[in-house]
Design a protein around this ligand. Structure first.
Ligand code: PLP
Length: 223
């Protein structure tokens, strides 16, 4: 029983609430986003049956193959894109996702503005900040973040509601979460997507409104 998705979902959900209530900086509500990359449909169904309603996928194509049927079957589901978005997939992403968390460059912002106008509907957007300034990682550099956020919101009128980050694996995560929070506060942005299986408790202490949990829900990824 201990390794079922339903058992893990109950544990993670309880832990989120426990930390949230004990932390002065914590948000009034923390949403669990199930990071479901590489998970087969049976696991997605187990998570849904356990009450999980928000899922994060890393790739547009994988999401297109996994979710349309399930979304028809379970109308309340919400889908977030949490992996990097190529501009040539922006149209599909605008169609498919309720939230795109990985807006990270001016060219993508411009493409999304066009696709949103064309589709007549807009996903909510989060800007990904590369708080660790890692070369291989996506996200806008912290020193460029203020200008980029202002450009996306004021000039392109994009529906940006918050920020997202993935701290370097070898770093203590707290300073990264604190930095993300500080940038968001400067711009009056209320959503903070930060924290994964290994560091979600710290993220909640720093005000995360959303934690993206894979392994702690589904077990180790097979692929
Ligand atoms: C896979 C992934 C997660 C979940 O990671 P776990 O450590 O398995 O909880 C969160 N965010 C992003 C962007 C991911 O790619």
């Amino acid at each position: 029983m201990a390794d079922t998705v339903s058992h893990k979902a109950a544990l993670v959900t309880a832990r989120i609430e426990e930390i949230r209530k004990a932390s002065p900086l914590a948000a009034a509500q923390v949403t669990l986003v199930a990071a479901s990359k590489n998970q087969p449909e049976i696991k997605l169904r187990e998570a849904i049956a356990s009450g999980v309603r928000v899922f994060g996928e890393n790739k547009v194509q994988e999401a297109e193959s996994k979710w349309p049927g399930l979304r028809r079957e379970f109308p309340g589901l919400r889908l977030h894109l949490i992996g990097p978005l190529q501009s040539n997939k922006a149209r599909d992403a605008v169609e498919l996702f309720d939230v795109i968390e990985t807006l990270d460059r001016p060219s993508l912002a411009e493409t999304l503005a066009k696709e949103i106008a064309r589709a007549g509907k807009a996903p909510e957007l989060l800007i990904q900040v590369n708080t660790g300034e890692e070369k291989q990682k996506s996200g806008i550099a912290p020193k460029e973040a203020d200008n980029f956020i202002a450009y996306a919101i004021k000039e392109l009128k994009l529906p940006v509601t918050g920020l997202m980050c993935v701290p370097p694996v070898d770093d203590i995560p707290a300073p990264h979460f604190a930095l993300l929070r500080e940038i968001a506060l400067r711009h009056g942005l209320s959503n903070l997507s930060m924290g994964m299986s290994g560091d979600f408790e710290t993220a909640i202490r720093f005000g995360a409104t959303e934690v993206r949990i894979g392994t702690a829900l589904f077990g180790e990824r097979v692929v």
